[in-house]
Design a protein around this ligand. Structure first.
Ligand code: NAP
Length: 248
């Protein structure tokens, strides 16, 4: 029987892949969601006596996301004492001035960065027993708390995720549900490589991100993942609703 169920969205690369690997522990059932199946995770999970299920889903499609979210909870075994949902999947695109935004790009980012977290959290709230220790961690960004030209959509979606987190916390007061939105710092992932590849016309701060990379200031995904999983198990998790891993 799995004592702990850990659900990680966007576990095929970057921070999510590191979180999934680090979450592989005996007695855990790890559930991952992304468009691509995480490489080597199934074998790693077996080696660590961790059960693993992967759901292939495009989180930009809210109807598919809702169906998968509800389906995955209905397929979970009973009896778990701890539920951990890490809403990590995200996209920094579209990186472009606000005047050039188009419907498809805006809708895609809103669905991946905001709606998917809402729908997965809704499934947990309606399906995981309230007697269990239920924790939701939304991976936010400093960009949701500080505007950056060229990132109007990314900044707005992360700010929306922060406000969603605050609202659910208020709504769930007394229910035992704990929730927080965490900025993870600047991490050496494919997303950072994509940011460095943008043109200054689209993203004026691109040189700052290249400089951070050149001077070795990007954190290693495995280090950040280990710190995030420790953070998620803190006794005071959820008390600071908008948090930053660099403060720990
Ligand atoms: N890297 C940083 O410096 C940094 C800083 C602040 C905040 N963050 C946040 O940290 C989180 C992880 O970032 P990262 O740098 O690891 O990003 P990444 O390297 O681009 O990886 C993103 C992950 O999200 C998944 N994803 C993206 N679009 C998806 C879709 N439509 N459907 C399903 N899954 C999707 C991807 O899986 P598939 O492509 O296989 O679907 C992938 O596993 C994001 O929320 C990001 O905003 C990152």
């Amino acid at each position: 029987m799995s004592e702990t169920i850990v659900i990680v969205s966007g576990a095929s690369r970057g921070l999510g892949a590191a979180l999934a690997l680090a979450a592989c522990r005996p007695g855990t059932l790890l559930v991952t969601l992304s468009r691509t199946e995480p490489a080597l995770l199934a074998q790693h999970a077996r080696e660590h006596q961790c059960a693993h299920r992967h759901y292939t889903v495009d989180l930009a499609d809210p109807v598919a996301t809702e169906a998968v979210a509800q389906g995955l909870f209905s397929e979970l075994p009973g009896g778990a004492r701890r539920y951990r949902l890490i809403n990590n999947a995200g996209t920094v695109e579209p990186i472009t001035p606000a005047a050039t935004l188009d419907a498809a790009a805006v809708a895609h980012a809103l669905h991946v960065n905001v709606a998917a977290a809402m729908l997965l959290t809704a499934a947990l709230l309606s399906s995981a027993p309230s007697t269990a220790d239920r924790r939701v961690l939304n991976i936010s960004s400093g960009a949701g708390r500080r505007p950056m030209p060229g990132w109007s959509v990314y900044c707005a979606t992360k700010a929306a995720l922060d406000m969603y987190t605050r609202t659910v916390k208020l709504e769930q007061q007394g229910s035992g549900l704990r929730i927080a939105a965490l900025a993870p710092g600047v991490i050496d992932t494919p997303m950072q490589a994509a940011i460095r590849a943008t043109l200054p016309d689209a993203f004026p701060a691109v040189e700052d991100f290249k400089a951070l990379h050149r001077s070795g200031q990007l954190a290693a995904p495995a280090d950040v993942a280990a710190r995030i999983l420790d953070y998620l198990e803190r006794d005071d998790f959820g008390q600071t609703e908008l948090d930053d891993i660099r403060d720990y």
